[in-house]
Design a protein around this ligand. Structure first.
Ligand code: NAP
Length: 415
């Protein structure tokens, strides 16, 4: 019997469990731990509430979760209430699928000013993440600034721009919907330190900005390189740039009749956050130029008045006591998923915060192949029986998958 512990119940965790079940069937026991009392990680707390088709993948994880050999063990902080060494003594392999839940910090003066948020916190707020549900972003100002030109920046801008009616069919939490209902935001500026050819936004997600009820995207045609230059782009990026060209061709006409504008400001790198009485009042931005693909400051600065600022510039994995950590990369150092004997990582904790949910599937299958090479038929460890004993001794308030189903039933009944 092989005993496998997976730490983290998001997409990477469940695809890895699925791979283990496919590989070993009933000859393995797989325990999936999560710090939260609820499973599915990013699906619940990261994916935008109006992207229900993406969230539907959780149904696939449920199939894995209710299998005989897989258990969900929620509300257990690995590295806190249970150490990595303890898990290592009980399981043949410990696989860290902990994602990248921390914001990459915006390292400019004033970043801790009131009404300035990182995307992990802001997205967590509108998705009801227990750590961020109590946040209180002030939406009574007119101008919101979003830093970064990736899909998270798009999610945040879109959520801020939607009308209440456009949230029909979403699972946005009540406190966020209530706050958004009272929002006075008239303009959202999306700041990119590089140009249109360097955006990380994917076409489907970018296209959604063009179909909003009360908001219209604005792109300055002067920011776009000559059309002929698009030929060198990867097809996905080319499609996104084509959308930017369509937005530019319509700008500023769609603004007429639309209450809110979403402005793209390229070659713009924030250098300083200004505050009045502890609250955000504006942002100083430096114009940049591209040199060898990198954004280099031009020395020319300008000020943008701002009432709300959300920095969507990427994420970092949280370090875990007893596990080596690559500070620069913000993830666990590994060789094809192997960190140390019997210790592995997968998903964003392995490769950093990039790719779609589906990218984690091959990652999960690949790490199980490595585990299979390393552990043979298992070393006779105690696995879940040993963990249950430890949990009892430590009086851990473990949440099972059945418990979670009751939480979900209550949530749905109250919705
Ligand atoms: P991302 O795609 O890596 O984009 C991060 C953005 O932040 C880039 O535009 C980057 O600019 C900018 N940035 C980084 N550091 C900066 C700094 N110091 N100052 C100013 N700008 C800075 O990351 P993400 O948006 O967090 O998304 C993470 C992953 O999740 C991506 O793979 C994304 O596609 C995926 N995702 C997918 C969906 C979806 O499919 N619907 C939704 C959300 C997220 P540079 O390029 O210049 O570094």
């Amino acid at each position: 019997m092989r005993h496998i512990a997976i730490v983290g119940s998001g997409p990477a965790g469940y695809y890895t469990a699925e791979a283990a079940v496919k590989k070993w069937g009933d000859d393995a026991r797989i325990d999936i731990f999560d710090k939260l009392p609820v499973p599915f990680g990013l699906i619940r707390t990261g994916v935008a509430p109006d992207h229900q088709s993406i969230k539907a993948v959780a149904r696939r994880y449920e199939k894995t979760a209710i299998g005989q050999s897989v258990r969900f063990i929620g509300n257990v902080d690995v590295g806190g209430s249970v150490s990595i060494e303890e898990l290592g003594s009980l399981y043949d392999a410990v696989i860290l699928a902990t994602g990248a839940p921390q914001d990459r910090p915006l390292e400019i003066p004033g970043a801790r000013t009131g009404n300035v948020f990182g995307s992990a916190a802001f997205v967590g707020w509108y998705n009801g993440h227990p750590e961020f549900a109590g946040m209180d972003p002030v939406l009574s100002g007119k101008h919101a600034v979003v830093i970064g030109m990736g899909n998270v920046a798009l999610d945040v801008a879109r959520i801020l721009a939607k009308t209440e009616g456009e949230f029909a069919g979403s699972d946005i939490v009540a406190h966020a919907l209530e706050a958004l209902r009272g929002s006075a935001i008239e303009k959202i500026t999306i700041l990119g330190r590089r140009g249109p050819h360097q955006i990380m936004m994917t076409p489907k997600e970018l296209g959604e900005l063009g179909t909003l009820d009360r908001a219209a995207p604005q792109v300055d045609p002067a920011d776009l390189p000559p059309v002929a230059d698009d030929a060198v782009l990867e097809p996905g990026v080319r499609k996104s740039v084509t959308l930017l060209r369509e937005f530019a061709a319509l700008s500023p006409s769609p603004r007429a009749g639309k209450a809110l504008s979403i402005n793209f400001d390229f070659f713009a790198s924030p250098t300083l956050i200004e505050q009045e009485g502890g609250n955000l009042s504006g942002l100083v931005v430096e114009r940049t130029e591209l040199k060898d693909g990198r954004a280099v400051g031009s020395g020319e600065t300008y000020r943008i008045p701002a009432d709300l600022l959300i920095s969507c510039i990427g994420y970092r994995t949280s370090p875990i006591a007893g596990v080596p950590f690559d500070e620069r990369a913000g993830r666990f150092p590994n060789e094809e998923g192997r960190i140390a004997p019997a210790l592995y990582c997968v998903g964003w904790a392995k490769r950093g915060p990039s790719g779609t949910i589906g990218t984690n599937r091959p990652d999960g299958y690949a790490v199980i192949e490595k585990v299979a090479e390393d552990i043979g038929e298992g070393a006779g460890k105690r696995g879940r029986e040993g963990f249950d004993e430890l949990a009892q001794k430590r009086a851990l308030d473990v949440v099972t998958f059945r418990d979670w189903q009751r939480i979900e039933e209550a949530e749905i009944a109250a919705a």
